[in-house]
Ligand binder design. Structure first.
Ligand SMILES: Nc1nc2c(c(=O)[nH]1)N(C=O)[C@@H](CNc1ccc(C(=O)N[C@@H](CCC(=O)O)C(=O)O)cc1)CN2
Ligand SMILES: Nc1ncnc2c1ncn2[C@@H]1O[C@H](COP(=O)(O)OP(=O)(O)OP(=O)(O)O)[C@@H](O)[C@H]1O
Length: 195
């Protein structure tokens, strides 16, 4: 149990550092990072020939995916976005283009059809939020388990890329049994593939 408590404490410490670092970014740094991120995400999607992906509507301090969402819309690439359901479970929405609503945790969610469970496993590529990732592919979220549960529940798991700032790629992120590695990560400067 000691070991488990240590891991939980270490995860909390890392999340705190990431939060502080993200909040210290100036508006100009955020804008520039968002613009660069759009190019990296577009590169990844094009290189994989993905026609459908998952993504997220960003909180103010998260890597800004809005430019990428516009790019994808212009290319006719289908983008599914998450909604926070009860029990820290994720649902997936196909946006209908009529706007957004306020979801849980202060996160904006699109209006649109809530897809049947498992449908997210059919996308070509998942782009998911994270607080940090390490070079072996272990991913740290915000401690609510939404994405761990979602990825665990999939019979077929598409390639999964964590979207983070450059400073959120760490040498090592502590892992528990329910954590499974991601395929890669995308930052404003690079697309990384993990063993
Ligand atoms: N944009 C976005 N949508 C998402 C998630 C997410 O991480 N980001 N989720 C993923 O599970 C689910 C909701 N869970 C949440 C995850 C994190 C926080 C949150 O407040 N995170 C940070 C702030 C972000 C930052 O500093 O960059 C925090 O804890 O302070 C809230 C809800 C579904 N939708
Ligand atoms: N597949 C699962 N089924 C049930 N509970 C889970 C599952 N995966 C994780 N959890 C629980 O969710 C909580 C958060 O786990 P963890 O700290 O690994 O989250 P995270 O990776 O930061 O979050 P997220 O998955 O939202 O990105 C823990 O209490 C964990 O036990």
């Amino acid at each position: 149990m000691q070991q488990h408590d240590d891991i939980v404490r270490e995860k909390r410490r890392i999340r705190g550092e990431v939060r502080a670092r993200r909040r210290a970014l100036t508006p100009e740094q955020r804008r520039a990072a968002g613009e660069a991120l759009t190019a990296r995400l577009a590169e990844l999607v094009e290189s994989r020939g993905a026609r459908s992906v998952s993504c997220y509507l960003p909180l103010p301090s998260e890597p800004d995916t809005m430019g990428f969402l516009s790019w994808a819309a212009g290319r006719g690439i289908e983008v599914l976005l998450p909604t926070s359901l009860e029990g820290f479970r994720l649902g997936w929405i196909r946006p209908d283009g009529t706007g957004t609503v306020a979801g849980a945790h202060g996160i904006t969610e699109p209006r649109g059809e809530l897809l049947p469970e498992g449908a997210i496993g059919e996308v070509d590529l998942m782009l998911i939020p994270a607080s940090a990732v390490d070079t072996s592919g272990m991913r740290l979220g915000w401690g609510l388990g939404y994405f761990d549960r979602c990825l665990d529940s999939l019979e077929r798991r598409p390639p999964v890329f964590a979207v983070v700032h450059d400073g959120d790629v760490l040498d090592r992120v502590p892992a528990e049994a329910h954590d499974s590695p991601v395929t890669g990560a995308v930052t404003p400067t690079r697309v990384l593939f993990f063993g």
